[in-house]
Design a protein around this ligand. Structure first.
Ligand code: SF4
Length: 418
């Protein structure tokens, strides 16, 4: 028997349609897993926010969320949309609302219209008898302006009345559940009851996306497995407060990777805390790498590189790998439109003769650098065949040229002859 392939399972959710102008992005159903991100600029600073949205979109974010927390922020939203349209940035804006969303959406119709989707946190729409009324107001705005919504539950702002009632019910059980399990139940119940209420008010079910974010990897897996079992709504995946750097990246990749492999999740956001000076776009890079590493989609040419070892003691190998990786990623916003299919390209950068030629032959373009004690020459393989040998100080620049020429030759669309 052949060994079974380990492709991610197929997803079976409803599909929501996110529109702005004549543009459309679908989420769920047969749509590819979408990448989204969120700005960390003050939305009242319309220009600064538009610039960051542009950066996120160029990095590959297909939807961008902005916080809409004050009347001034709501007033800035149509202006941000206008700036993006002027810059030719085709990405939908999602408004993130808490506490006063019902008021902002009704008092600032231009904002309600300029946004392509609303995020509603059922734990933050109001307390007691105000809660249902304010939630309804937001759903009515979504219906009036024909916008999809995300019901985004978060364990840090979980509906406390619901949690208390589930805790009480748990205390009546002969064998009470673990407190964690009650919390899982509260997250899922909050999302599902809110979605049901939105449908009763008149919002189409396919226009609802759900999320239940927690910060623990195994908690997220438990919650989403159950959420996917109990509903057909499209699902937004993400660890909340994933953290910084390696920790946040690894935690997000582990949790999201496991769920996506099981066919759970229609759009993802990686909530990384940027290190001081680090680009906000890093969260988009990580999200695209998670999706690409599972083979769900291709965004950038892949660079295969060996880890290096005692056989390669120079830093040339590390520098070249980084240079090529950065070069390919930086060029992608332009190449995506000029060279269709370029994201499928494979490049290998190897440190010595042990695995270098073999791995390079499996790539579209590969270079095998000289290891310690080897002749100072770097054979380059193109489409599996050795085509040239690079030598001297400018190996890195020369290889970059080889890659660029290859892309131009192989991926320029041919105009049909008449
Ligand atoms: S290819 Fe060479 S340098 Fe790279 S890890 Fe293998 S033995 Fe070490």
């Amino acid at each position: 028997m052949p060994i079974a392939l380990a492709q991610p399972l197929a997803r079976t959710s409803l599909q929501s349609v996110v529109k702005w102008g004549s543009h459309v992005v679908t989420v769920g159903g047969d749509a590819p897993v979408r990448i989204q991100s969120m700005t960390n600029t003050d939305t009242e600073d319309a220009i600064g926010t538009a610039i960051q949205v542009k950066e996120l979109a160029l990095a590959g974010s297909e939807l961008v969320r902005i916080t809409v927390n004050t009347p001034e922020a709501a007033q800035a939203v149509p202006y941000i949309r206008e700036q993006l349209d002027r810059m030719g940035i085709s990405v939908p804006l999602i408004g993130d609302f808490h506490y006063n969303g019902h008021r902002l959406l009704s008092e600032f119709p231009d904002c309600a219209q300029a946004l392509s989707k609303y995020r509603i946190n059922p734990g933050n729409v109001g307390k007691g008898d105000k809660r249902d009324r304010q939630f309804s107001q937001m759903i009515e705005a979504a219906i009036q302006w024909d916008k999809p919504i995300r019901i985004g539950v978060n364990w840090g702002s979980l509906d406390q009345e619901l949690l208390a009632s589930l805790m009480d019910a748990n205390n009546q059980r002969v064998n009470p559940w673990d407190a964690k399990q009650v919390m899982y139940e509260a997250l899922i119940t909050s999302a599902l009851e809110s979605a049901q209420r939105a449908e009763e008010i008149g919002l189409a079910g396919h226009q609802i996306t759900l999320s239940c974010k927690v910060s623990g990897v195994t908690d997220l897996i438990a919650v989403y497995r159950e959420l996917a079992k109990r509903s057909k709504y499209s699902l937004h995946l993400g660890l909340t407060e994933a953290g910084m750097g390696t920790k946040g990246t690894v935690a997000s990749a582990t949790a999201l990777g496991i769920l996506l492999q099981e066919g759970i999740g229609d759009t993802i956001r990686v909530s990384l805390t940027p290190a001081p000076g680090e680009a906000r776009t890093q969260e988009v890079v990580v999200a695209s790498e998670i999706i690409q590493s599972l083979g769900l989609r291709k965004f950038v040419p892949s660079v295969t590189a060996c880890p290096g070892c005692g056989r390669t003691t120079s830093t040339t190998f590390q520098e070249l790998t980084k240079q090529i990786d950065d070069f390919l990623r930086d060029q992608m916003p332009v190449w995506r439109t000029q060279y269709p299919g370029v994201e499928n390209m494979k490049v290998a950068v190897m440190g010595c003769i042990v695995n270098g030629p073999g791995e390079s032959k499996h790539a579209d373009i590969g270079i095998s650098l000289p290891g310690t004690g080897e002749a100072p020459a770097a054979p380059v393989f193109i489409d599996g065949e050795k085509r040239m040998t690079l030598r001297g100080e400018s190996i890195a620049a020369d290889f970059q040229n080889v890659v660029e020429n290859y892309i131009r030759e192989r991926f320029t669309p041919r105009t049909p002859s008449i």
